[in-house]
Write a protein that binds this ligand. Structure first.
Ligand code: PA5
Length: 382
């Protein structure tokens, strides 16, 4: 991985107190202990369970919201690529309250073999509880009790929610939702998708701490120069949900105390035909973080005598030049994205986010603000 940005930004600041900052929040830093998260007994159990799921269902339902689904979806969509007939088919459920979605999904899958992974750290999130209850009705119609017990797998920090006889994976207490991608929250669904989770974890362990610092310092410079919006940009549509994951990690971790940068996501070149106008001539309150990956396929475009992947890179470079004056940007070059690089990238973003919390004097691990809508909803519901 390589970072590049305009050399006029001098990024120097001491991180001397960073270890004290981590110590202060030690109840939430379990995700940094990758050796523990990747203990062989746990990885072997996850792989064994993923094999059972792959062999016994056509449809795998990941019921979760926020940090309890986003990382897995980001990894699977980014690494599996386009138009792949995956077995089992994977659906992400419980991240909305859409009855139309749930109804149509049930219609689509009712005659297929199903396994559910219910992922909720607290076990009390309304969206996922409601959806699980509805899906349980379908499962009870299809399967005897002993079969049902194998087909609903829980991932939680709260084993009290797990009915007797059902299997579950524990989310360590010291790992918060949006930092839990390298626990069974992310690892089980990713293994079900056939992705090598050992490679993923090896990549996470190989994170470059200095690059993470550099990125956090660049963001701080942007805040100091009055920028309010960070546009995360990709040139590969399959990375769309990766941007959703990054947005979730940064918005929920750093948007507090009346401060924080608003994260946005752009998939180019599509969004050059919409947001491109704003960036070129709108309010100058945005900076861009551009994620560049190399493509595996080459298609020659005779009109330009170049491969389409080269033209895509040229579009990215041209945009950088065109925006430069008004929209400062930082480029993250990843190379070909595989499981190892993906692990490295996700750990880079999580670590750098916490470093930003340190620099911005914000606790990145809580999310009191999220309770606002829940309280109002409870009042209206009762
Ligand atoms: O990052 C977080 O902590 C949140 O986004 C949670 O992951 C989300 O609210 C889901 O919570 P739970 O896993 O308890 O259902």
């Amino acid at each position: 991985m390589k970072l590049s940005y305009d050399s006029k930004y001098q990024l120097k600041e001491s991180f001397a107190d960073f270890s004290d900052f981590l110590k202060k929040h030690q109840d939430w830093t379990g995700w940094l202990n990758l050796e523990k998260l990747s203990e062989e007994s746990l990885i072997a159990k996850i792989i064994e369970k993923s094999q059972y799921i792959r062999e016994n269902c056509d449809v795998f339902l990941l019921v979760g919201i926020g940090g309890s689904y986003s990382g897995a979806k980001a990894i699977i969509e980014s690494l599996k690529g386009y138009f792949v007939d995956s077995k089992p088919e994977i659906y992400y459920v419980g991240n909305s309250l859409s009855s139309e979605y749930l109804f149509n999904l049930k219609e689509k899958i009712k005659d297929k073999d199903i396994v559910i992974n219910y992922i909720s750290k607290s076990g009390s999130t309304l969206e996922t509880k409601v959806v699980l209850e509805e899906l349980e009705k379908l499962m009870a119609e299809k399967y005897e009790d002993s079969e049902l017990q194998k087909r609903i797998i829980y991932t939680t920090s709260n084993p009290e929610i797990v009915p007797e006889g059902f299997d579950y994976f524990l989310i360590p207490n010291n790992v918060g939702g949006r930092f839990s991608v390298f626990t069974p929250v992310g690892l089980l669904p990713v293994a079900v998708a056939g992705i090598d989770i050992r490679e993923l974890l090896d990549g996470a362990k190989a994170v470059d701490q200095d690059l993470a610092k550099e990125y956090a310092l660049f963001r701080k410079k942007m805040i100091e120069s009055g920028k309010e919006i960070e546009a995360y940009v990709v040139y590969e549509p399959k990375l769309d949900h990766l941007l959703e994951w990054v947005k979730q990690v940064y918005a929920e971790s750093l948007g507090k105390n009346n401060q924080g940068i608003f994260p946005a996501g752009l998939v180019n070149t599509r969004d050059l035909h919409s947001y491109g106008q704003y960036l070129q001539e709108g309010k100058q309150n945005v900076f861009e973080t551009v994620l560049v990956v190399d493509e595996k396929v080459e298609i020659m475009v005779p009109a330009y005598g170049k491969n389409l992947s080269e033209i895509n890179k040229i579009a990215q470079k041209a945009t950088t030049i065109a925006h430069q004056e008004r929209v400062p940007n930082l480029i993250i070059e990843v190379g070909i994205l595989d499981a190892f690089k993906m692990g490295q990238l996700l750990q880079f973003f999580m670590l750098s986010c916490v470093m930003s919390g340190y620099l911005e004097k914000v606790n990145p691990f809580d999310q009191e603000g999220v309770e606002g809508y829940k309280k109002e909803m409870l009042k209206l519901l009762t």
